[in-house]
Design a protein around this ligand. Structure first.
Ligand SMILES: Cc1ncc(COP(=O)(O)O)c(C=O)c1O
Length: 501
């Protein structure tokens, strides 16, 4: 597919017969077209892009004749088929035409893009809920490479069994494993059954595959729930600090989002307003503080929902990684009245890039959720669902979880030891033995002091608790350990400590 390294140094100016300032005559060879392949990797794609750009910028004008493929290939020192494929693609896109016996020409009527569409003043504006949307938070998630990466939200993707996954995906890419026509919006039946079994075993609740809808990550599950349950102006309660992608999403459907504080037993249930339509909670491992919601709080939240007829969304995003004591019953398992919608994700236990999550909904909502899934994107990529079903059913998932649980427990303990050693009087660690991050609140510093510290420790990537506050910012730091190996943890914390002076 790629040309050899020897050829990567080629650059050429395609010379034609006419002078550069003359109006091009039909059939005249292009003049002064630069194609530069020096240091480029995918030669074919490069030739295509440079020709495309030349057409769009008007350097290759309507009616001009391109050099024969053989000639251009010779000048660029690439295979003739590489040039032919680039020409064919532009022919297919309607920008070039080949005339038998005459050559390849820039198609007549092709108009160069003389205005920069990005700078056009347009009367089109988004709905109010999308104006001023805080994209800085989202950008931060993807930005940066850090020598010591303590950012939250990432599992150790290098530890994923890629070779096994490739084999499982290859098996799915056979006609016999594809759905006939379109797939079921509810999801791959094998995956729904595997999820139901996995959740029944790990979370102690009886789940029927009929209750499961597969989604593109937990995020889409929240989106579908919001679509089918929330009317404009409805009150939606979120934990504070909490998970911004959830509350930002609820706002976009017109909800009045109200942050309610979290203490060391989880969401403060007595602070809930009675006219609430929906409560979004992370009881297994409160995001981002890390506490587990106490059994008493769980009971009072369920009782409150029964009295007010509110919906509870239980987001169980990283409960697989629990070091030590058994998990408490999920809200869904404790709820006899059908108020809980359970959301799960494979982002932490496998890879976020697989984009697989699921929702377990009461019967009264399931068909609406599936209709919303259908109208949103029809269904989640079938082959990935099939491969994940096999990954679970053949025991690879359980094996991966066992391995990662050991690994993450080691990192978790290394972070606790490092925080104790370097930050004893500065940070107070939240008691938690679940998930992929540790939260520590600052005892004497303000959020802005912490921000200065974090910004000055450039080689250390660490999240500030304040960025997860919907109301009053809480001073603190989050130490994720999905992306940092155990042996780098102590040094990373020592470097961060140096910025505290
Ligand atoms: C609270 C919470 N819910 C859900 C998710 C996972 O979302 P998704 O499945 O869309 O990747 C995360 C990821 O960081 C999270 O922190």
């Amino acid at each position: 597919m790629f040309e050899s390294a020897r050829r990567r140094s080629a650059a050429t100016t395609i010379k034609g017969t006419g002078a550069a300032d003359e109006t091009p005559l039909p059939g005249k060879l292009v003049d002064d077209l630069q194609i530069n392949l020096i240091g480029r990797k995918n030669i074919g794609r490069e030739i295509y892009h440079q020709l495309l750009q030349a057409i769009q910028e008007g350097r290759l004008e309507s009616g001009m004749r391109l050099p024969p493929t053989r000639e251009l290939a010779r000048r660029l020192k690439v295979a003739r088929t590489t040039v032919a494929v680039a020409y064919d693609r532009l022919v297919g896109e309607g920008l070039l035409e080949s005339r038998i016996g005459a050559g390849t020409f820039v198609k007549r009527g092709v108009v160069s893009a003389t205005t920069d569409a990005r700078n056009l003043d347009s009367p089109l504006v988004p709905k109010e809920a999308w104006v001023g949307f805080p994209t800085s938070y989202v950008r931060k998630l993807f930005a940066g490479r850090f020598e010591f990466d303590f950012r939250t939200g990432f599992p150790d993707d290098a530890a994923f069994p890629y070779a096994r996954w490739r084999r499982l995906m290859a098996r799915q890419m056979r006609a016999s494993n594809a759905p006939s026509g379109y797939g079921d919006p509810a999801g791959h039946p094998g995956l729904r059954a595997a999820i139901a079994r996995h959740i029944s075993l790990s979370r102690g609740m009886q789940i029927d595959p009929e209750e499961v809808t597969v989604t593109n990550g937990a995020q889409q599950a929240l989106d579908l729930i919001a679509k089918v349950l929330i009317e404009k102006g409805d009150r939606v309660v979120v934990e504070d600090p909490g998970y911004p992608p959830a509350w930002l999403l609820f706002r976009t459907v017109g909800a009045r989002v109200e942050p309610i504080p979290v203490d060391d037993e989880g969401l403060v249930v007595r602070a809930l307003p009675p006219d609430t339509r929906l409560v979004y909670v992370t009881p297994s491992h409160q995001f981002p503080i890390g506490v587990t919601m106490s059994l008493e709080r769980r009971s009072s939240l369920l009782e409150w929902a029964r009295q007010t007829n509110a919906a509870i969304v239980e987001d169980d995003y990283d409960g697989e990684f629990r070091f030590g004591n058994r998990p408490l019953e999920s809200l869904r398992a404790l709820d006899p009245n059908g108020h809980v919608i359970y959301v799960g994700s494979f982002s932490k236990a496998t890879l976020p890039s697989l984009r697989i999550g699921f929702v377990i909904s009461p019967n009264s909502l399931t068909s609406a959720i599936r209709a919303a899934k259908h109208l949103s994107d029809w269904y989640t990529m079938w082959a990935v669902q099939g491969a994940l079903a096999d990954f679970i059913e053949e025991g690879w998932f359980a094996r991966h979880l066992r391995k990662m649980r050991r690994e993450y427990e080691e990192r978790h303990n290394a972070i606790l030891a490092g925080l104790d050693k370097h930050f004893q009087s500065l940070l107070k660690v939240t008691n938690s033995a679940v998930g992929l991050h540790v939260c520590a609140t600052a005892t004497e510093l303000s959020p802005s002091d912490l921000h200065r510290v974090v910004t000055s420790a450039k080689e250390v990537g660490v999240d500030e608790l304040a960025q997860y506050s919907a109301g009053q910012p809480v001073p603190g730091l989050l130490f994720g350990y999905g992306a940092i190996p155990t042996e780098r943890i102590d040094e990373g914390l020592r470097r961060l400590r140096k910025s505290f002076v």
